[in-house]
Design a protein around this ligand. Structure first.
Ligand code: PMP
Length: 444
């Protein structure tokens, strides 16, 4: 099978570049240039581009697309709401959608809405500061919580007082940050390291308003928390008046209806939700949590604002998505997991056949592959070389019609079927043969 050509996409993107910086809608400084593929159509797990190439889509708009492209039931629900009152603050949909979310997310007692994950994380931090009267929050290496100045990238040199700083080569580093914002607002710690967490929390408890973590480090490479880690985090927060924030922008409604917290049986104080909650077609995010904290909004002691908060079409997207995912007690998650297991077996044996190391780790519906021999137990165990190799594999897969999200995440959707698995089987071998060649040439 021949690798795809992107002549039309490239030509179109050249025109676009005159107006849109870099011709792309986001620009992390990853060590490779993504070819912007311009798509024209999607159905279920498949996409088609301007050159007529067909793809299996595990990119899934960074994990948001979970109901499949062009899902009729989802579309019908949205159409219904397009025909009603779209540009208003409140509708007769609000309560129902809050109840749906609260039904599924174990720690959710109250809910509020926004558009992006970034803003919900900032709202959660503001609540935590207001609630505790403290300023600094703890975050973790490898995790990602949006593109705001105070929370993106950086690393700590001093392990005793782990204040993050910008460093050269950080692909989440950026010029133009507000001065000292990284240094003054957080500590950054290695993830899945219980000892360091305990040491830092007990030493600086008076400064710390919140601990924010992905309950499963998807951005860190698909890493499960070690036994007792989140339990200890929960206990430390209780002991020291610290708000525990689970960032479930990815894991919420993706690893199961109850997100990572149901899977792992830990209740945070606040949870951010986004991406898959809206099915993939519309931007909508939520902050949920303990009524005692959320009521700081009710008293107006803390501001939560936004022109499009709770917009009817966004809430309709949540309703449609949660009804589709919740059908038959969420049986779609079991089906997705079965398909995933088959796909990952095919992937691993294709890698073995061309002599490339490959591990696949993390929850089945949003696993990551890594071109190394061993499973990573912390984001630190995925080296730059591995990340580079993972990116080479990602690019080669795209050339043969398999789209994987950055850097090596595979987001499945509920429409995935046996045909898709066959499509994967046919394409993965030539893609990995090509990747192997590039990796060997680079590391010889
Ligand atoms: N939190 C996590 C865990 C994420 O993965 C992301 C996005 N990748 C965000 C927050 C930010 O969400 P958004 O891009 O919608 O602002």
């Amino acid at each position: 099978m021949l690798a795809y050509k992107w002549d039309n996409s490239k030509m179109y993107n050249t025109r676009l570049k005159k107006y849109l910086p870099g011709g792309v809608h986001y620009n992390f400084r990853l060590p490779w240039e993504e070819t912007p593929i311009h798509f024209v159509r999607g159905k279920d797990s498949r996409l088609w581009d301007m050159d007529g190439n067909e793809y299996l889509d595990f990119y899934a708009k960074f994990g948001a697309m979970i109901v499949g492209h062009n899902n009729q039931r989802y579309n019908e629900e949205l159409k219904k709401w397009i025909g009603r009152a779209m540009a208003v603050n409140h509708t007769d949909l609000d309560t129902e959608v809050c109840e749906l979310i609260i039904k599924h997310i174990p720690s959710a007692e109250m809910v509020c809405f926004g558009l992006s994950g970034t803003e919900m994380v900032q709202n959660a931090l503001r609540l935590a500061r207001a609630y505790t009267g403290k300023n600094r929050f703890i975050r973790f290496e490898g995790n990602y919580h949006g593109n705001a100045d105070n929370i993106m990238g950086g690393r700590a040199i001093d392990r005793k007082r782990p204040v993050p700083k910008d460093y050269p080569g950080d692909y989440k580093g950026t010029l133009g940050r507000a001065k000292d914002i990284l240094e003054t607002q957080s500590f950054i710690l290695p993830w899945n390291d219980l000892e360091t967490l305990e040491e830092v929390v007990t030493t600086y408890a008076d400064e710390i308003c919140a601990i924010i973590t992905e309950p499963i480090s998807i951005n860190g490479g698909g890493i499960m928390p070690q036994a007792g880690y989140l339990e200890k985090m929960r206990a430390l927060c209780d002991e020291h008046n610290i708000v525990l924030i689970f960032d479930e922008i990815i894991t919420g409604f993706r690893v199961g209806l109850g997100g990572g917290q149901a899977l792992l049986n830990i209740k945070p104080d606040l949870t951010t939700l986004g991406k898959a909650m809206g099915g993939g077609g519309l931007p909508v995010s939520a902050l949920v949590g303990k009524a005692e904290i959320m009521k700081l909004y009710e008293s107006k002691k803390v501001i939560h604002a936004g022109t499009f908060n709770g917009y009817p079409l966004g809430l309709a997207a949540v309703k449609a998505t949660l009804e589709i995912l919740g059908e038959d007690n969420g049986s779609c998650y079991g089906r997705m997991a079965e398909n995933a297991a088959q796909i990952y077996e095919i992937f691993k044996s294709a890698a073995k056949a061309v002599d490339l190391p490959l591990v696949i780790q993390g929850p089945l519906t949003c696993a990551s592959y890594h071109c190394q021999e061993y499973e990573a137990k912390s984001p630190r165990e995925i080296s730059y070389d591995t990340q580079f190799k993972d990116i080479v594999i990602n690019s080669s897969l795209a050339k043969y019609g398999i789209l994987v999200s950055s850097i090596s995440r595979m987001y499945l959707n509920i429409t995935l079927n046996a045909d898709d698995i066959e499509f994967f089987r046919e394409r993965v071998s030539p893609a990995l043969a090509e990747a192997k060649q590039i990796i060997d040439d680079t590391f010889k």
